[in-house]
Design a protein around this ligand. Structure first.
Ligand SMILES: *[C@@H]1O[C@H](CO)[C@@H](O)[C@H](O)[C@H]1NC(C)=O
Ligand SMILES: *[C@@H]1O[C@H](CO)[C@@H](O)[C@H](O)[C@H]1NC(C)=O
Length: 427
């Protein structure tokens, strides 16, 4: 037992085996001596910098929980007397704790109200609204393995930005989809207006990663063109998951071990499959053709037109209900009405199809077949932003960074330099 515990501690502590954030639990490397100070001419130094709001992806916000449950499984806490960090605290992912963790984080779907709520007896909050600290580091300890937006924030600080003033953060409930998270657009609007005012009426730059892309797009769809023209300078998307990803189907069928062989994938699967955001991130019918096979079994294949059968096959009828709830949001891919700088990786093996071989039972374990993408999101979803070219007056610039993976893009010096050049270089 003692040996096992030591081994466990070792595995959980080993940075190389540990990766973070659902939608690509791949690690963002913390760049220790990042020096991205750009040479500037003196007149550029005088100009007012566009304040930045960092919008994280799925798994990129911290979650605190407080428990007051009427029942809990053996070995799990029933009550806590204060909030504790449940996402992400890697100790809680140890095999002897992970079932408790999963049960506390899961959502419960009500098919009459068509809304989800927290696990009974669990109060959840998302700390740090408006500040960047909780989206720079996902773990309160600032363990290097929990680095998220920190490299980008450091690069901005080196070029005249200030945390809390011109670098802000927008953490949110990444378990939910826009149909439910009605507070997000309201809070975003006030945060943007505040950042605009305290930075001398300067239009704001939204930097979004992964699922933060679709969330922000939905927000922008709700705002008037007049408001956007006044308050938004541009949106910079990094690995935007615009059209979802086949990885979602992998999570539904196989689960997720966060690329750590020590983490049990079944409890993680139980938690993640209860979230509407996973349904929202299914491959979009706008970007996958009806003849593109997503799943092949001995008896048939499944495409974007077969999701009802897919959810039935995995015994998850609620998933189909959630999918129907989010469908209108998936189908609205009208342009955001602001300048878009859309940066994404490619040439990394990314799940393209799940192969069940000789089985026809979707509850069996499939073998992933790989194609092009950033390791998490398929290329056709990452480059979906190109569809807006010519659809809006504002610039849409899509730039591909070969080999930049889904999380690695936040530690990719070429990408960081391009972002900072755009922001600090007077463009
Ligand atoms: C809602 O869920 C209940 C319990 O799972 C089920 O019996 C019922 O058929 C569902 N109703 C609808 C409208 O899906
Ligand atoms: C498009 O993005 C690339 C990479 O950041 C940049 O070098 C280029 O200047 C951008 N083009 C425009 C027109 O903004």
């Amino acid at each position: 037992m003692r040996f096992l515990l030591a081994l466990a501690a070792c595995l959980l502590a080993a940075p190389t085996s540990w990766t973070l954030s659902l939608y690509g639990f791949n690690q963002v490397k913390y760049l220790e001596n990042l020096d991205l100070k750009l040479a500037k001419s003196s007149d550029q130094q005088q100009q007012q910098l566009s304040p930045v709001i960092l919008v994280p992806g799925d798994g990129g916000s911290r979650i605190d929980a407080n428990l007051d449950k009427s029942a809990a499984d053996f070995g799990c806490y029933r009550k806590t007397d204060q909030f504790y960090d449940i996402w992400l605290n890697k100790e809680q992912l140890a095999p002897w704790d992970i079932d408790c963790w999963s049960d506390n984080l899961r959502l419960v779907y009500n098919n009459v109200t068509r809304k989800t709520s927290n696990s009974p007896g669990v109060t959840i909050r998302f700390p740090g609204w408006g500040y960047s600290e909780t989206v720079e580091w996902i773990d309160t300890s600032h363990a290097a393995v929990s680095a998220y937006y920190v490299n980008l924030a450091n690069a901005l600080v080196q070029n005249g930005y200030h945390r809390g003033v011109s670098i802000r953060g927008a953490p949110y409930d990444f378990r939910k989809a826009p149909n439910e998270d009605i507070h997000f657009p309201i809070k975003m609007r006030f945060l943007i207006e505040e950042a605009y005012i305290i930075n001398n009426n300067t239009p704001v730059t939204l930097i979004v990663h992964s699922y933060g892309g679709p969330m922000t797009l939905n927000f922008l769809h709700q705002m008037s063109q007049e408001w956007k023209d006044k308050h938004i300078k541009r949106m910079i998307s990094l690995a935007g998951a615009w059209g979802g990803s086949v990885k979602s189907m992998k999570v539904y069928t196989i689960g997720e071990d966060f690329s750590n062989t020590f983490v049990l994938s079944t409890p993680v699967k139980k938690m993640l499959t209860s979230t509407p955001s996973l349904a929202y991130l299914m491959p979009s019918p706008l970007f996958w053709k009806p003849d593109q096979v997503l799943i092949s079994t001995a008896s048939r294949s499944y495409t974007v037109n077969d999701y009802q059968a897919f959810y039935e096959g995995i015994n998850h009828p609620e998933g189909w209900e959630m999918y129907k709830d989010v469908m209108p949001y998936i189908q609205d891919f009208s342009p955001p009405g602001v300048e878009v700088q859309c940066y994404y990786g490619s040439d990394v093996n990314t799940i393209e199809r799940l192969d069940y071989g000789s089985s026809s039972d979707l509850t069996d374990t499939p073998t992933p077949v790989f194609g092009d993408g950033d390791g998490t999101v398929n290329l056709q979803s990452l480059e979906a932003c190109q569809m807006w070219i010519g659809q809006q007056e504002q610039l849409v610039n899509a730039t591909k960074y070969p080999k930049a993976d889904h999380m690695g893009i936040l530690a990719n010096v070429d990408v960081l330099r391009d972002v900072v050049t755009l922001l600090a270089g007077g463009k």
